[in-house]
Write a protein that binds this ligand. Structure first.
Ligand SMILES: [Fe+2]
Length: 459
């Protein structure tokens, strides 16, 4: 795939939305999906017959929830609103979020795409993106100067900022934070007083905010704020997470939204309800994973592309009865980060399907090796405990009594992540996520790896 241009930071005051409106020139569509042909293998359906069939299927189980083992409800959930953890409820009450009609909210069946080509068409064109970290002060004086402390949790992955409220950051600090995230992969802020609307506003500063067609959200007026509530997801949608099956949903290694035309950049998860113990999240740096490879293997991978798939499934218009399909998108395997200029590996076990140009067996062997490098090297990972205080034997945690939550902001391009859940730790864990979409992803053959750029040993 040819490298795609990145829109440079034109004006400090320009918003992502203004930049998008300014450059309306459309890039050609990616992929090649035929919308017209409704011919099945042995018979032909007219378009109105197909539509009728799909509506019937969708009324049984909304398309996109096709993997759900139980019936998923759409619209306001009137049962689970009563199970919302107390601290999440306090946060919403304080910030005027009305959940009186139910919670969470899933778009109604008529709004959820039914065919894979409909889901593929969402944001299927190049739109401007301002890489906020690109022109930020490399010393980050505005951000670090205002913080009480800055704690690196490992040598090259994960930093905690202490004594700053995300809601109070000015644009200079937000630019510096974007650069810090691009360098350190993930940055944490504990004890945050953050409304969902403010979280959304921050996300819009860093890029076009992803609005998912069907995942649970705070309400119909909160497009772009995704509810992260695995207990709900597990019980309502039947993902099957249990003690013996603890690698399900976000408890598998993955990165978010890799089927997008422009993939996710800064991803901001704010956990507003935290069990006393457990539910830690691990991030693995794919800068680090790339640097673990030999020069010959790096050379082999540089310039190759792979096919990435969506988490959700949709019907194939050509043959709706054949079963659902993922949205698929092609991206470079090795990409260059626009802010740091460092090369990174862009693969993850859950959603990277196959390497273009290789035999299936070759692709599987290589991808499995790359996944193992990302997942098994503890020195390129950080494990984060969301609790503000951990309970001791004599002093129990008061985390369940306070609504002030913890934020993690990571760059989804340069990380895989994974939640360590047990039956116990998913109870009472709840949060909101806002994802800023970034560049289309490109490989610059002149770019260096992180360790090369920092002058560190590659042995
Ligand atoms: Fe995730």
């Amino acid at each position: 795939m040819a490298p795609t241009s990145i829109v440079k930071n034109p004006e400090e005051t320009q918003t992502q939305a203004e930049a998008q409106a300014q450059a309306k020139a459309k890039a050609p569509l990616k992929g090649n999906i035929n919308k017209k042909d409704t011919t099945a293998t042995n018979f032909t359906l007219q378009e109105d017959e197909v539509n009728e069939l799909i509506q019937k299927l969708a009324s049984i189980k909304p398309i996109g929830w096709a993997q759900a083992k139980t019936v998923a409800s759409t619209g306001y959930d009137t049962e689970w609103v009563n199970k919302l953890p107390a601290t999440a409820k306090e946060r919403y009450t304080k910030h005027g979020v009305d959940i009186s009609k139910g919670y969470p909210y899933i778009p109604t069946i008529d709004k959820i795409p039914k065919f894979v080509d409909e889901a593929f068409a969402i944001r299927n064109e190049e739109y401007p993106f301002i890489e906020r970290g690109k022109n930020a002060d490399p010393e980050k004086k505005a951000l670090f100067g205002a913080a009480k402390d800055v704690i690196n949790l490992t040598p090259y992955v994960g930093t905690e900022i202490v004594g700053l409220q995300l809601a109070d950051l000015d644009d200079k600090q937000k630019d510096e934070l974007a650069l810090l995230i691009a360098e350190r992969v993930v940055v944490f802020f504990k004890d945050q007083d953050l409304s969902p609307k403010k979280q959304l506003e921050l996300g819009k500063y860093w890029g076009q905010v992803e609005v998912h067609p069907q995942v649970p959200r705070v309400g119909p007026d909160y497009d772009g704020i995704t509810v992260i509530w695995q207990d709900y997801q597990n019980q309502r949608n039947g993902i099957g997470l249990s003690f013996q099956n603890s690698k399900k949903g976000n408890s598998t290694w993955h990165s978010d939204l890799v089927h997008e035309f422009q993939t996710a950049g800064i991803t901001h998860l704010h956990i507003d309800s935290i069990p006393d113990v457990g539910g830690d999240t691990i991030w693995s740096s794919t800068y680090g994973a790339y640097d673990k490879l030999s020069p010959a293997f790096k050379e082999f991978l540089d310039g190759k592309t792979a096919i990435y798939k969506s988490a959700h499934l949709y019907l194939n218009r050509e043959n709706p009865l054949k079963g659902p399909k993922h949205v698929e998108r092609e991206h470079p395997i090795v990409r260059t980060h626009p802010a740091t200029g460092w090369k990174y590996l862009f693969v993850n076990r859950a959603m990277t399907d196959r390497i273009v140009g290789l035999l299936p067996e070759e692709s599987d062997a290589i991808l499995n090796y790359l996944f193992s490098v990302i997942e098994n090297n503890r020195d390129i990972q950080v494990t984060f405990k969301w609790q503000q205080k951990l309970p001791g034997l004599k002093s129990p945690s008061d985390a369940h009594k306070t609504y002030r939550g913890t934020s993690a902001l990571w760059d989804n391009r340069i990380a895989n992540h994974n939640v360590i859940h047990t039956n116990e730790s998913i109870k009472g864990r709840h949060g909101t996520r806002v994802t800023s979409l970034a560049d289309t992803g490109y490989f610059d053959p002149e770019s260096k790896s992180q360790r090369e750029a920092l002058g560190l040993s590659l042995n």
